[in-house]
Design a protein around this ligand. Structure first.
Ligand SMILES: Cc1cc2nc3c(=O)[nH]c(=O)nc-3n(C[C@H](O)[C@H](O)[C@H](O)COP(=O)(O)OP(=O)(O)OC[C@H]3O[C@@H](n4cnc5c(N)ncnc54)[C@H](O)[C@@H]3O)c2cc1C
Ligand code: FES
Ligand code: FES
Length: 1231
């Protein structure tokens, strides 16, 4: 969970009095509970996921439908989605398009969004009739929420919107536990009275309290004044201006805009409302206010506030209240210069603007929704009715520099000129260019100065295209006016697979068994373990230098804080200072020890060096920042794999697989370098551990893919027998490889605390620490030199891949890529070398499809480069290189996609589109995949039957993290025992029942657990056979009762080990079509057709979910997910949802079609299924390849030959797309 309104996992629905409270009006809305202080909830009615439906009173239709439609995998996000949708429906009916747009509040890392959207669109007002959903069942009522126009005549001479007489004054004062004072006031005068009595040295006015989602607040000021019920600060009225109370929420402001825009002098508010649509998301806007937004901007001018931008664009003014009755009206720029201490933002004045005023605004985001702007802009022109000359003008920007808000010189240039002329445009661009050169400054982690400055120019042009009458613009340039995300339709999807009822329940598409529990919030995760008396909270203390020596650690300041209990460093570890369970058996997994706590030599910025223990989680976090550490020999880090790979001391040759054949037909030699950086796993559940002292030792509840690792390392670090340590895990809120080795560090730290204090300890890693201190997907860089024939067939290729392991080489990626680097192509001519490279960053770790993704996608890029440089169709180059002996399945799957996706016709359409449009370009590209599972797993599986009713329970060594291992195990068991799936339960994974288990990963766990379940069932059936023979056609229950009476063992056990490993290659072909906006770098994925060979899927519904989710994670890797480090220190700058962007619901393909290869069968042991969790991640590169085609088309228009290859180091962000399109300012024309 992010705890900053960025993920949506915590959304609840609430009802509270609104500004029309005097009339008894209540509003019902969604809100991020992580933003709301409990003391703000006075008069609120809150509905949580448990409240709207549960196992006792019955489940809510939203919960049921989401579960049925497989809209949940790990399930950690599911309650948040249900509550977001529930709150939307409570507010007003939504169309399907609304549903997709309005759910930008929520993130799901597992599903790829498609099933969630499909489930919820069934509740839309324009959804096709659905017999299963009875809207009456929703128990929704909208009448409380209808916007009522205020019909009262308000005496507004004092600027207040509600007369004080109408509001009964109820001020509340509370002394909080942490010695802060909380006031809740309902009158403005009371705010000033509090200022007088308590002072203004340390205070905060609380409206929605969402400002902390923009700029985190570690410690609140001494005095907190909740003003969310000061009705005098809310509402609106029209005099000459539209006056809106500054305490009005953004949701309400949008309603007011819609309402008032009917007035011709305020029709421009439609533009502002459309812009506010893409500001934050609905639950934030439900409580976040204009004043709060503007005050965050006031305190942090670097904040790219859209509200400030919009008000600046239209020339709004602010009323500032200095004291009761003492006001000043100021323009926007002056507001930023005011000292606002002890002052109150009272209201905003929107001027009337007649039809001569033209306004256009835009916001460029790293993804299509719920993100702050990289650059935002607003242009207002007052045009002469006849000549169209500019009479008045405002050119406003955000995101360029903390200071720069308006392009004053360009405004002066434009005034007096005809706006819609090439001459004015070029002149204005030239002035703007000079002006921006002076002002645009670096604002990391936001994009470069070059991008933000250039795109600001392009936006100026785009604005003019958008405002110009159609007849002034040539069709060639016209699409430049279109906002690419705004034009996105409702998404659609198809899933096409065969199933064979004869094999059911194998191969049966059924929802995940835990789905409903997850959608109802009844599924338990680590942090749901109830707190015990005396429980303490732990938090890591992190280093603040990248490299250096620790001279002294002084925790005294932290320990002085009441409630802080202890500090531990490496010196306090009784056993070995490591969290890596090194063992010859795990050589594929891990190789060497890694420090649990820094031993004195700092390896990277924010390495854990100690553990702070306190009575609350918050206090532990605060105290962790108070530990004072002195360093010496501090050095600058090397962070970039491209630099590190040139330093022999940082590289180890790990593998060379020489070419077995060299072709004679060399037409060209093609060389290249390709680099792509990191990816954060973004599990919705961060690393977490709760440990309890027990009679014999410690009981550990950890979020981990590897309980054995935690048990072993706790034993080694604490010098405690493993038999005294029990580790248990029910399920994970996402794993993706992060939770194989990394949770062990935190769990051992948590257990150290338990052993030292003999108290229960809870250690929930904050998202920021998770992103800073813990490794991620390995960045990698490839150098290659390929000799190719005239048809692009590789004759010989020297291919070297460098994998950035972080500060230590540990997890063995080389092996994972060993049989994948050539993908599905002829392997003979490949000379493959891989190097492990070290940089001064956290030790990197497994991330969905590790090793495979890096190698396969590099090879796909090489195919593309060969095609471009030879001027060939990349599809033909791929097919020409295909290993038809071993991997001919690819040809068949390509043919299938070509037919289903109407490739030839769409190819022509793309080419025509690109010729006809200068500012929108499309790309349509194939990508191929061969994926080979790797590794050996070792799991125990136990199956027990209860004699009373024949109920079956299974415990197995796999960890359920959304991949559906439990459901598949139940299906297999039901198939063998011929009993209903409802009769079977899966119990949590525990070292007690499944000791010595291997990590869950490599996509193989479902297969191996399945093999174990088969073995258990076969053993049980053998035990039952003699009894069955004696009975005539017994029911299952009769059979079991008879077996029990006969004293038979009703428990079986199986071990799955190396002898059980059977693999078959997985194939995939994807055709992706994208469109880019050349003027901004934004893109839309128009359509994806993806075929994967899943064998005979055990559960096609679950497997479709795995494929879609994996693909979208790959899309994120290649498009919007970018880790940014501070070069001098190595500090992670993208450590929050505010700065790190995973795809959201409207980033997925507009049309997403998934097909399973027909008639395929894996190995018999796997019951014909193939692994499915990871492979599709690799096909996300298809989006990058399609983007390349679109970018190349733009470059061609800029006069650069398509045969000139250009390197783009991934991901393909808006910045990279824009800059590589090589647009020149001179090309900005109207006709
Ligand atoms: C996830 C997320 C996404 C967001 N995305 C965007 C975005 O895309 N674009 C954008 O522009 N913004 C965005 N925001 C910012 C959002 O608009 C603001 O957080 C919100 O408007 C703040 O209002 P609030 O009432 O919650 O302020 P609070 O957090 O309650 O207060 C913020 C500050 O304002 C001061 N204050 C409040 N009211 C007054 C007053 N009347 N007079 C004087 N001082 C006052 C407080 O003392 C405090 O310092 C986002 C926020 C979040 C959490
Ligand atoms: S939105 Fe509240 S925890 Fe993420
Ligand atoms: S199911 Fe959505 S994050 Fe896992």
């Amino acid at each position: 969970m992010c705890k900053e309104a960025g993920c949506g996992a915590c959304i609840v629905s609430y009802s509270r009095p609104s500004d029309d409270a005097a009339f008894g009006r209540h509003i019902v809305q969604g809100v991020n509970s992580c933003m709301v202080s409990i003391t703000s909830c006075q008069d609120w009615e809150i509905s949580t996921i448990e409240g709207i439906g549960n196992r006792l009173k019955g489940y809510h239709p939203l919960q049921v439908t989401l579960a049925k439609d497989n809209g949940t995998q790990c399930g950690y996000c599911s309650p948040g989605w249900v509550m977001a949708m529930y709150s939307l429906l409570k507010t007003k009916p939504r169309t399907m398009l609304d549903v997709e747009r309005d759910l930008s509040s929520n993130t799901c890392r597992c599903t790829g969004y498609r099933p969630i959207l499909e489930a919820f669109k069934k509740f839309a007002s324009d959804a096709p009739p659905n017999k299963l959903i009875d809207i009456e069942d929703l128990r929704l009522c909208h009448k409380d929420n209808e916007l009522r126009k205020c019909e009262r005549k308000i005496d507004n001479t004092d600027w207040y919107l509600v007369s004080a007489k109408e509001v009964p004054n109820k001020m509340i004062r509370l002394e909080l536990h942490d010695h802060r004072t909380w006031y809740r006031v309902e009158m403005i005068n009371d705010i000033f009275n509090i200022f007088i009595t308590e002072g203004t040295d340390s205070y905060m006015l609380i409206n929605g309290n969402t400002g902390k989602g923009v700029v985190p607040i570690l410690e609140y000021p001494r005095l907190l004044i909740d003003i969310s019920c000061v009705w005098e600060l809310q509402g609106h009225y029209l005099d000459q201006n539209l006056v809106i109370g500054a305490g009005t929420t953004l949701t309400k402001v949008m309603e007011i805009f819609e309402d008032i825009s009917e007035d011709e002098y305020f029709s421009y508010l439609k533009v502002l409302k459309a812009h506010l649509d893409v500001v934050a998301h609905i639950p934030v806007k439900n409580v976040g206010t204009i004043a709060g937004n503007l005050m965050v901007k006031h305190r942090h001018p670097e904040f790219q506030s859209d509200v400030f931008l919009l008000l600046t664009t239209v020339g709004a003014e602010l009323t500032i209240l200095y004291a009761p009755g003492l006001t000043e009206v100021v323009p926007m720029h002056k507001f930023l210069q005011l000292d606002m201490t002890g002052k109150i933002l009272l209201n905003v004045l929107f001027p009337p603007l007649n039809s001569q005023y033209k306004i256009w605004t835009h916001k460029i985001m790293p993804r299509s929704q719920n993100s702050h702007a990289y650059v935002n802009c607003g242009f207002l022109y007052k045009l002469d009715k006849v000549t169209k000359e500019v009479l008045e003008c405002r050119i406003a920007y955000g995101g360029l520099s903390p200071k720069f808000t308006r392009a004053a010189r360009t405004e002066s240039f434009v005034v007096g000129r005809r706006l819609f002329s090439n001459e004015t445009l070029q002149g204005a661009l030239s002035v703007l260019d000079q002006e921006l050169t002076l002002f645009v400054v670096p604002m990391p982690p936001n994009p470069s100065v070059e991008y933000r400055k250039d795109v600001a120019l392009a936006l100026f042009y785009k604005g003019i295209l958008a405002l110009a009458p159609k007849n002034e613009i040539s069709p060639y340039y016209a699409t430049g006016a279109i906002k690419i995300h705004e034009s996105r339709p409702v998404s659609k999807a198809q899933q096409d697979f065969d199933t064979d009822p004869a094999t059911y329940p194998l191969n049966k598409p059924i929802p995940k068994l835990e789905g409903l529990l997850q959608c109802a919030g009844e599924a338990k995760y680590t942090d749901d373990v109830p707190t015990l008396p005396g429980e303490v909270y732990a938090c890591f203390v992190l280093t603040t230098v990248p490299l250096g020596k620790i001279v002294k650690i002084d925790p005294s300041k932290a320990l002085e804080r009441p409630g802080v209990i202890a500090f531990y460093s490496a010196a306090d570890i009784p056993g070995i200072n490591s969290f890596i369970p090194v063992n010859p058996k795990y050589i594929v997994l891990v190789q060497r020890d890694e420090e649990l706590l820094c031993d004195g030599n700092v390896k990277y910025f924010n390495q854990p060096l100690g553990i702070i223990v306190a009575e609350t989680e918050k206090l532990a976090e605060i105290a962790s920042k108070l530990v004072h550490v002195t360093y010496t020999d501090v050095k600058k880090p090397v962070l970039d794999i491209k630099i590190a790979k040139r330093d022999p001391a940082r590289n180890t040759l790990t593998l060379n697989i020489p070419a077995t054949r060299v072709g004679p037909n060399v037409n060209r030699i093609i060389t290249g370098e390709r680099t792509i950086y990191s990816q954060y796993h973004f599990c919705m559940e961060t690393l977490a551990c709760v440990s309890h002292p027990t009679e014999e030792g410690i009981k550990v509840y950890a979020t981990t893919q590897w309980i054995d690792g935690i048990q072993g390392m706790t034993s080694r670090a604490l010098k405690m027998d493993t038999g005294r340590i029990d580790v248990s895990v029910r399920r994970l809120g996402g794993g993706f490889g992060l939770k194989i080795t990394r949770p062990t560090q935190q769990a051992v730290a948590c257990n150290l605390v338990v052993s030292k204090l003999n108290r229960p300890c809870r250690f929930i890693q904050s998202m920021r620490t998770n992103m800073r201190a813990v490794g991620k997907r390995l960045p990698n860089s490839v150098d290659f030199e390929a000799s190719v024939s005239d048809t692009g067939v590789i004759q010989y290729i020297k291919y070297s891949i460098y994998s950035d392991n972080g500060y230590i080489f540990n997890e063995n990626f080389t092996s994972l890529g060993m049989d994948l680097y050539y993908n599905c192509y002829d392997r003979g001519p490949w000379n493959y070398t891989s190097y492990n490279t070290v940089t001064d960053t956290a030790s990197n770790t497994w991330c969905r499809s590790p090793g495979a993704l890096e190698n396969v996608t590099s090879t796909e890029m090489i195919m593309e480069q060969i095609a471009y440089e030879l001027g060939l169709d990349p599809l033909n180059v791929r097919l020409a290189n295909l290993d038809r002996v071993r991997h001919n399945a690819i040809q068949e799957m390509t043919d299938s996609i070509m037919a289903k996706a109407e490739y030839r016709e769409r190819r022509n359409n793309v080419e025509r589109f690109n010729k006809e449009n200068r500012w929108k370009k499309r790309g349509l590209r194939f990508t191929f995949l061969k994926w080979s599972p790797f590794g050996t797993q070792y799991y125990d599986v136990n199956l027990s039957v209860f004699h009373d009713d024949g109920a079956v329970i299974i415990s197995h060594g796999g960890v359920e993290m959304g991949q559906g291992v439990n459901t598949k195990a139940v299906q297999i068991c039901a198939y063998y025992l011929k009993i209903p799936v409802e009769k079977i339960q899966i119990k949590p994974n525990d070292t007690l029942t499944t000791p010595n288990g291997f990590a869950t990963g490599g996509s193989l766990t479902s297969q191996n657990v399945g093999i174990g379940v088969q073995k258990c069932c076969e053993a049980l059936l053998q035990i039952l056979a003699p009894v069955r023979e004696k009975l005539e056609n017994p029911t299952w229950e009769q059979l079991i009762q008879a077996a029990f009476a006969a004293d038979l063992d009703l428990q079986t056990h199986a071990l799955v080990n190396a002898s059980d490993q059977e693999y078959s290659d997985v194939y995939g072909v994807t055709l992706s079509e994208v469109e880019i906006d050349v003027l901004t770098g934004e893109h839309e994925i128009k359509r994806v057709d993806l075929i994967e060979d899943t064998g005979r899927s055990l559960n096609p519904d679950i497997d479709v979910g795995q494929v879609e989710g994996a693909f979208i994670m790959g899309v994120g890797y290649w498009t919007c997910e970018e880790m940014v480090y501070d070069p001098p220190t190595g500090e992670v700058l993208t450590d929050r949802t505010w700065d790190y962007h995973v795809p959201q619901a409207r980033d997925i393909p507009e049309d997403f079609r998934v097909y399973f290869r027909k008639g395929s069968f894996g190995t018999p042991k796997a019951l014909g299924a193939k692994v499915v969790g990871e492979p599709a991640t690799c096909m996300g590169v298809g989006i990058a390849l399609a983007l390349r085609e679109a970018i190349t088309a733009a470059r061609t228009d800029s006069g650069i030959s398509s045969r000139v290859w250009y390197d783009i180091d991934g991901p393909y962000t808006v910045e990279k797309i824009y800059l590589n399109s090589a647009t020149k300012r001179e090309q900005f024309k109207l006709n």
